[in-house]
Design a protein around this ligand. Sequence first.
Ligand SMILES: [Zn+2]
Length: 913
Amino acid sequence: MDSELAFPRADEENLTREEAARRSALLTVQDYEVEVDLRAAGAADAVTYPVHTRIHFEASEPGASTFLDHLGDSVESVVLNGVALETPTHVGPARILLPELRAGNVVEIFSTARYSRSGEGLHRFVDPADDQVYLYTQYEPADSRRVFPVFEQPDLKAQFSFSIIGPHVWQLRSNGAEIAREVLDAGTPDPQGGVLAEPPVCVTFEKTPRMSSYITALLAGPYHRVAGHYSRHGGSGDVAGLPGGESLEVELGVLCRASLAEHFDAEELLELTRRGLDFFHQEFGYAYPWGKYDQVFVPEYNLGAMENPGLVTFTEKYVFDTAATDAQYETRANTLMHEMAHMWFGDLVTMHWWDDLWLKESFADYMGSLAVDEATDWTTSWISFANGRKAWAYVQDQLPTTHPIVADIPDLEAADQNFDGITYAKGASVLKQLAAYAGRESFREAAQRYFARHAFGNATLADFLAVLEEVTGANMDSWAQAWLQTAGVPVLSAELGDSAEDPSGGTVVVRQQGTDPATGEPVARPHRIRVGVHVLDTATGTLRLHAAEEVFLDPAAAGGLTPVPALSVPRDQPRLLLPNEGDLTYAKISLDAESLAAVLSYPVADPLARATVWAALWSMVRDGELSSRRFLQAVQTMGLGIEEIVVVQGLLRQSLTALERFTPPAQRGALQQDLAGRLAGELTRTDGDHQRAIARTLAVLSRREGSQLDLLEALLDGSGEDFGISGLRIDEELRWAFLQALAAHGRVDMGQLDAELTAKTTARARIAHRLAAAARPDRRVKADAFEQALGGTDEDGRELSNDHLTATVEGFGIAADPATASLIAAQTEAYFESLLRVWNQMSQGQATRVISGLYPGAQDLEEGQVPEEHPLVLRTAAWLQENAEAPGALRRLLIEEQDHLLRGLRAQAAAQV
Ligand SMILES: [Zn+2]
């Protein structure tokens, strides 16, 4: 590196792709030794902790300079190759400059880091149930620099030796297994009282294989741990997939907070883990390379889970301390498999830079669903995928900010916004199509070669295409160009050709349309699909599969049309033509008029076809082609009775969105009341998962709609039987959900909310209480909540944690009556004026919560108003125009919110006609 890297640089926190490329051309990093001292983490006033780091690395150009990334509290000393560097000159706000490198270098740094409340870096959480302190790290994409000085980019892999100093009674863990434990001198005062604590210990962990810094991890606290074991022996024939008949022993562990231990179904998790390891060994032909495998469920987590090798972290929402539906258990299994797939895709072979984030996320997302389907007892994995993951992708892929799966990520801020529906769900959908296109066996063989070739290294799209081409013998360039390097959703429709003179009923023709949103040019893609014909079965009153044909859609087909002559379609009875039978490809489905009429009148019998059809109907609502009134009608007549709870949950969520965003204001009140009444009735007729999902939805709907509040009150005080409701467990989750709705209507006051919290003080209750308090219809309450959200601090000026910030934002946005709605609307101008300040002052994760969460995107379109001229659309456009130089990641949030708003307003306009 050369002198252009001189300090200070205002945006040095935002590492660019070019800087990273130059740095990895210059450096080879051998290893890190990092010791973090958490012995005082239990103290009530703990804010910072000492860190000691030593790094060995080589430079290809002696005399050049480079830098470390560091976002800690302070740097006490830097010694490079035995020479102390002056910290004021060499330590910037986010970098430590290392001048005059030798071929071989060692740098030693004493620094101080801050505990995080935002879930970025080393997060510190105090359990309100028992005042115990829990810590864990979360780094992706670039937050290990919040803990220790590091060359923070995925292609500067190194070996890591971590040590943690902490209380000897705590779980102290890292990626590698514990290899040494030393008792230190006593002398640390007990933060809880005047008595001297037991002396702390220093635990050292096994040096890791070469890996990227964003997947390193530390854990400390009195976690509850259940141990397990995975053992496969080459000789005994139970090791399918282990190369060369190897034997493999893996210590397993699952952990959660002590106060959740009674709800922790550890054995089920361990069993899923074993099944997953067997599955991936067969798929990948490469033995699990990371030694032990701990899975930890942690509080106030920003995401679902993170694939730290040997120490995977999950949100503790997956520890079900209240009743959970089968869909929730399945989602958890999917996440567990997703993270396990990353032990190979992402951890063993890593993208060079964040452009190729899909190389790990798309694969893990696809493999997660595949593993649940093939290695567990759930049979609904691809239904969940069609209904949930793909819906996410279709929404994102129609935003003006959409991008190709292989993205252009110039810097870290852009990387942070790219953990989106394209990278995960569209990528996974395209891989599902690739498995159909190239064949499952070819796909598996390509993955095996990819791991064998690039283990412990980095890879790009070209490396993956190379193994794919070797295996299939086909040139994959045009496939990759069409699917990975072009954005936008293809639209498929199946139509019946002219049948006037054709007694067989005419020929089915599949039509493909598509536009690249970036260029506006038409795009055609190669698809391997099945086209299904479903016909009314009068005995059951359902649409049943009558015939299906596989067909290849050639992107060069004239007019985008592909005939399917072998497919017969009976005349004169209700029928559905489904151009994505089996959900093999990624495309929006446009139903022809006859098919639409059929599916709005009769349920589809096949579960996967049914999920595909419901996804198509929801797309039509979003496109203003199907009114929310008709959609809600269909949900109430056919949707609520669907057996797969994952589909029902999806439809309930979509119903709420339809009411809030896609329904004209003149129709909304009546439709809301209809749905609330229907849900209340269903509570008396259903049980189990369906009853619970309906109760949750009724609670959320009742935050705005007040016709069922008496019922919610009765359920709260245990007299649900008076309303004919039995079997519904009113646990902590539902109690708070009902209280939040009642608070929004002013039917419970602060005293009642406080009493509920005092009666049972848990982490969940704290969050729920905060949301309920901010939901109250009161001028002062709304003004305070708005201020707290923008400032990221609570009523006493203390920093709000990520979960508490979200609860504040969400509570603020709740209005059960027009007067409260106008209190919220009154803050709109202040919102726009605060955007830059919030972005600059908060971490990107916290700022994103605030900016997206406070955007008042649910708006009414007045009679005769043009959507594009709605005041909020215009105000957003004005902000974007005045702030053309604002950070791209911030502008992206506003552009997306504006587009969601416009889509809703356009659907309202279409429904008014
Ligand atoms: Zn992932």
